[in-house]
Design a protein around this ligand. Structure first.
Ligand code: CIR
Length: 250
């Protein structure tokens, strides 16, 4: 059961965030509105949500998931892989309770590259997460009983841009990642190529939160028999941000 989430409000400078999407600039006002609805959805699922203020000089800082990896007995503060995102992790580290460890140079790792399901932890090797980052994270998690597996992310920003947990032994993935042998033994539902953004669907306390506007993915995840709630995320999509990256959950 997840009881808490940490989020950060998008700032007026969020249009300066890193992006490859080619969807135009986000509207910061609309983003704030969408962010409030996201926070409200987490609260409706029973979570206490702390919302940090926007971080001046860091237009991507609302994507808090990249700054830490949280498992029940440990918080691992990351070293984000994009130079412009270095430093975002400091105020998040201060907001985290309980045992905290930190990745150190030369490691880089974004939390968006880490997917934990049951006792398996997949770590994506991407443009943001390097082999040292994966090694250091695995060294922190293995003593806690996690089986850590590295995955080449290939196309896409992060591992969780294209692969997420739907509960039990079931995953949701883009066609590319679905073929990766790292996920053998798991049932993988595959989103259509033109709905790859919706692979970033989040399971919270038995409810699936999914981006609005992806009808094939919606029909696919409806087969899980769980409640589904759609959220408008258009302004975050414009800066490569998804549903999972807007919170740290614990
Ligand atoms: C970035 O490129 O770092 C941000 N514009 C988007 C980060 C999204 N984070 C995530 O998917 N975990």
């Amino acid at each position: 059961m997840i009881t808490h989430a940490l989020c950060r409000r998008p700032g007026p400078d969020m249009a300066g965030g890193l992006t490859t999407a080619g969807l135009g600039l986000p509207d910061p006002e609309l983003a704030l509105h969408q962010h409030s609805a996201y926070v409200a959805a987490l609260k409706a699922l029973g979570l206490d949500v702390d919302v940090l203020p926007a971080l001046a000089g860091h237009p991507d800082a609302c994507f808090v998931e990249d700054t830490a990896v949280l498992v029940p007995d440990l918080a691992v503060v990351t070293r984000p892989g994009a130079p412009s995102r270095q430093g975002e992790q400091e105020s998040v580290a201060q907001a985290l309770a309980g045992p905290v460890t930190r990745l150190t140079e030369p490691a880089t790792l974004d939390g968006g590259d880490v997917l934990v399901a049951e006792r398996t932890c997949w770590i994506g090797l991407s443009g943001r997460t390097n082999a040292d980052g994966a090694l250091q994270l695995a060294a922190a998690l293995r003593p806690l009983g996690y089986d850590c597996i590295t995955v080449e992310v290939g196309a896409g920003l992060h591992l969780k841009s294209g692969m997420n947990h739907l509960g039990g032994r079931r995953l949701l993935a883009t066609p590319d990642l679905a073929r990766n042998p790292a996920f053998t033994g798991w049932e993988v539902l595959v989103v259509p190529e033109d709905e790859s953004y919706a692979a970033n669907t989040l399971l919270v306390n038995g409810t699936l939160l999914t981006p609005a506007g992806f009808p094939c993915t919606r029909a696919l995840i409806d087969t899980c028999g769980l409640p589904v709630r759609e959220l408008e995320l258009s302004e975050f999509e414009k800066v490569d941000g998804g549903l999972t990256c807007l919170s740290l959950r614990f």
